[in-house]
Design a protein around this ligand. Structure first.
Ligand code: 5AD
Ligand code: SF4
Length: 435
């Protein structure tokens, strides 16, 4: 009765959290299973960022019920952001036995045994201190190449559209010494890439250590490992951090910098604490200090009261910056957020969809142009494994996080290979090995 299967939805932070959960459960005698039908406990680590993320998970919860028919003792658990947001409503659905919020994972072994003896259990207490600092995650990357390290939890920004501060609680930074220790362990275990994760990495602060200091310390502690980080906030990204990036060869040249909108009026309603001009100035600084740095973004189309002119401002900022890639969404009202309380969700769905499609069409062209600028260049690529389409080809990412594919039957996951770009699509650089 101790086999656990966990599905993970949402952001990279949730992937890192699932690794922490497996570690906590493993110490308590539970074992991980890879397929759902052998599980005694099925859990989903969930996301609440948009309504469709939650709808998808409700669909999975219904699906999990089908396993209860053959396995009446089966426990279904909901972890993460949706657990935190919906709390008792999940238990009241009659389909869920365990509800554990992002700061409640240490209590999971107790909850599981209490659940067996006395029925459904819920723990959605948020903490001001929990960072799971000393828990050694069970790494789920099967290639053993790339590891996530969570450096902070929660968020204090309270952007008006966003549910995260409510589901993940107040911001807290993890002790930098435990981060360095974990990075060194990853390196010793053969990992070749580390991604430092936080909702807003630039506001990392542990005693005297800022994010710039942490990034430098990690890069110098594991010089043979590539370092990435996510997510940056335009408001807080510091010159000092950019200088650390520029002066350390093993820090990848990629910054994920969510713009959300190109209109100052909308940015203010979103409670983003920067203007369009501030964003453009930050981009200029990044390009001055790290000329080949890729910049990717997130954007929300059709936020409350967005006019056609506001939307055009968004298209214009995309053109001006020429993002290398973007995650693009239309606005989904989240109950309890400032925007839901204060502003009507008044852009109709057809308009939201049309504006989103316009942004996607534009970004598709910008992504292609970005890749075309790389034709003829050479890059060092960290091999992830065989390409999806052709077993005679390998794939991996360059420093800018662009996917590269090239014919190769010699190298293996974790190797560094030098390639030259011959052709490209909007999503991929088609390359040749340079010997
Ligand atoms: N509706 C649509 N997109 C959202 N995001 C966050 N909240 C919402 C919402 N209510 C997007 C933002 C954020 C990304 C992770 O998800 O662009 O950067
Ligand atoms: Fe989803 Fe945000 Fe929670 Fe990540 S932090 S799981 S993106 S709601």
């Amino acid at each position: 009765m101790n086999k656990v299967y966990i599905e993970t939805y949402g952001c990279q932070m949730n992937v890192a959290d699932t690794e922490v959960v497996f570690s906590i459960l493993g110490k308590a005698g539970y074992v991980r299973c890879e397929t759902i039908d052998e599980a005694d406990i099925i859990m989903a680590n969930t996301c609440s960022i948009r309504d469709n993320a939650e709808q998808r998970i409700w669909g999975r919860i219904d699906y999990f019920q089908t396993f209860k028919k053959h396995h009446p003792e089966l426990i279904v658990g909901i972890l993460g952001c949706m657990a935190e947001r919906l709390k008792n409503a999940l238990i009241e659905s009659g389909k869920v036995d365990i509800v554990a919020g992002p700061d409640a994972y240490r209590s999971l072994p107790q909850m599981l045994s209490d659940c067996r003896s006395s029925g459904s259990q819920i723990n959605v207490l948020l903490s001001r201190e929990e960072t799971y600092a000393e828990i050694e995650p069970v790494r789920l990357d099967r290639n053993g190449v790339s590891a996530f390290i969570s450096i902070m939890r929660g968020c204090n920004n309270v952007c008006s559209y966003c549910i995260v501060p409510y589901t993940r609680g107040a911001e807290r930074s993890r002790d930098w010494k435990s981060i360095i220790r974990e990075a060194c362990q990853c390196s010793q275990n053969g990992y070749k890439e580390i991604t430092l994760l936080g909702q807003n990495v630039d506001s990392y602060q542990y005693e005297d250590m800022s994010f710039a200091g942490l990034l430098k310390a990690v890069a110098e502690a594991v010089p043979g490992v590539r370092i990435r980080f996510s997510t940056s906030n335009p408001q807080d990204i510091s010159d000092e951090m950019l200088e650390v990036m520029a002066s350390h060869d093993n820090i990848c040249h990629h910054i994920h910098l969510p713009v959300q909108s190109g209109s100052d009026r909308i940015l203010e309603k979103m409670r983003r604490r920067y203007t369009r001009q501030w964003f453009l100035d930050r981009v200029a600084k990044i390009r001055e200090l790290i000329p080949d740095c890729a910049i990717t973004t997130d954007v929300i189309a059709g936020f409350c009261s967005e006019t056609e002119e506001d939307h055009k401002d968004t298209l214009r900022i995309f053109e001006e910056v020429s993002f290398d890639a973007a995650f693009m969404f239309y606005y989904s009202e989240r109950p309890g957020t400032l925007a839901a309380r204060k502003y009507p969700d008044d852009v109709d769905l057809a308009t939201k969809t049309r504006r989103l499609e316009e942004i996607i069409a534009l970004q598709n062209r910008l992504s292609l142009e970005s890749n075309q600028r790389d034709l003829g260049k050479t890059f060092t690529v960290l091999v992830e494994g065989p390409s999806k389409k052709n077993p005679e080809e390998l794939c991996g990412r360059n420093s800018q996080n662009k996917m590269c594919v090239w014919p190769d039957t010699v190298h293996k996951a974790g190797d560094l290979v030098t390639v030259k770009v011959l052709e490209c699509t909007q999503a991929t650089l088609l390359c040749q090995e340079v010997k």
